[in-house]
Design a protein around this ligand. Structure first.
Ligand SMILES: [Zn+2]
Ligand SMILES: [Zn+2]
Length: 358
């Protein structure tokens, strides 16, 4: 192509791009209906195929982060979705990942710290109306669950009346609003209790150590030869190691003591002694990234997925500091963020890291 022809070609491209930009609203209006219909007709859960799939609908802790909202883990198996903990932002992240909250079979709470329950009301409400459910959302958890669920049901009571009045029985039958409880006594150390066993999906609860917070539990999921354990909030715990023996996927919380110490000292230097004390106090009831890696190594887990990542790692370079020392102990890990999805196809040893980030 001569220089003149190239110039004409590039000018035409610029002209087409400019025309497209000027008429963008008209173009969007043309393509939008088809695109929206396609999204709405899609079934992301069925698309995943048979197996167990673990998606982080919230990979962070209580502090604000641009990549990690409050703790929320979706486990998809047998075409159903189970959600462990309901941190704020969880239901919106499920939507961004293409998973309808209407498909939630049950919520499983690990403990009642605010960051693990502050999205529960929204999750329950959206599950009700998007799934046109006629029965309340079952919430599983340790004893003590009743007062938490009762409080949410009370707080969302007026909202339920509004939605029923507006959308009617076919969409928002009052029988389906709110949550019901299925609570269990926390099993003794070294033992587990089965809290759900249907359609080949087994979910077992075991105790962890998040003192002084009690009860505090983790969950073990099994489906078609695949296993995933979710630690909940805990210090390095023998139960977690015991029940993670030869597991496919260990989903473990972690907090960096080094970074928290820096934050505590900085708050102190800034004259904010109460925030400094909070950063100092939280050091004693979580697991460090290196300790979680040690559990994965000692239990011979296939893969380790970090979640409940504290502190936020939004500044470049912090991830490297947070992960310091992990690689030498256990190299098969993923540093979770909102949207991380790991698939464990049925009856295989395969571990597919489908996507990271939304
Ligand atoms: Zn927490
Ligand atoms: Zn906690």
């Amino acid at each position: 192509m001569t220089i003149k022809k190239t110039y004409i070609f590039l000018s035409l491209l610029v002209l087409i791009a400019a025309l497209g930009y000027v008429n963008r609203s008209a173009i969007i209006i043309k393509v939008l209906p088809n695109a929206v219909t396609k999204v709405m007709a899609g079934d992301k859960i069925a698309d995943l195929g048979d197996g167990m799939h673990v998606a982080l609908c919230g990979a962070g802790g209580p502090m604000p982060s641009s990549t990690r909202t409050g703790p929320c883990v979706a486990v998809i198996a047998n075409n159903k979705m189970f959600v462990v903990d309901a941190g704020s932002g969880g239901s919106r992240n499920l939507g961004r990942m293409g998973f309808s909250t209407g498909s939630i079979e049950g919520v499983f709470l690990t403990h009642f710290h605010s960051d693990h329950i502050d999205g529960l009301g929204e999750l329950s409400m959206t599950r009700w109306v998007t799934g046109t459910h006629k029965e309340a959302l079952p919430v599983f958890g340790p004893t003590g669950l009743e007062s938490v669920v009762e409080g949410f049901n009370h707080a969302y009571g007026q909202d339920a009346v509004y939605r029923h009045a507006h959308h009617g029985d076919s969409v928002a039958a009052l029988s389906g609003n709110g949550m019901s409880t299925k609570s269990f006594d926390v099993p003794k150390d070294g033992t587990k209790v089965t809290v759900y066993d249907q359609g080949g999906v087994t979910i077992e609860m075991f105790s962890v150590d998040h003192k002084p917070i009690s009860p505090a539990v983790g969950y073990l999921f099994t489906y078609k030869g695949r296993t995933a354990l979710i630690s909940g909030d805990t210090t390095k715990n023998t139960n977690v190691e015991l029940f993670s023996k030869n597991i496919d996927l260990l989903v473990h919380e972690a907090l960096s003591p080094e970074l928290l110490r820096i934050m505590s000292e900085s708050a102190d230097a800034a004259g904010n002694s109460s925030v400094s004390k909070i950063f100092h106090d939280v050091l004693d009831y979580h697991t460090s990234p290196v300790e979680a890696a040690e559990i994965a190594r000692d239990a011979q887990a296939q893969h380790l997925l970090y979640y409940h990542i504290v502190p936020p790692l939004d500044i470049p370079g912090l991830e490297t500091l947070w992960l310091q020392g992990v690689e030498e102990i256990f190299a098969d890990y993923t540093l979770g963020e909102d949207g991380t999805l790991i698939s464990l196809p049925a009856n295989s040893k395969e571990i597919i890291n489908v996507k990271s980030g939304i």
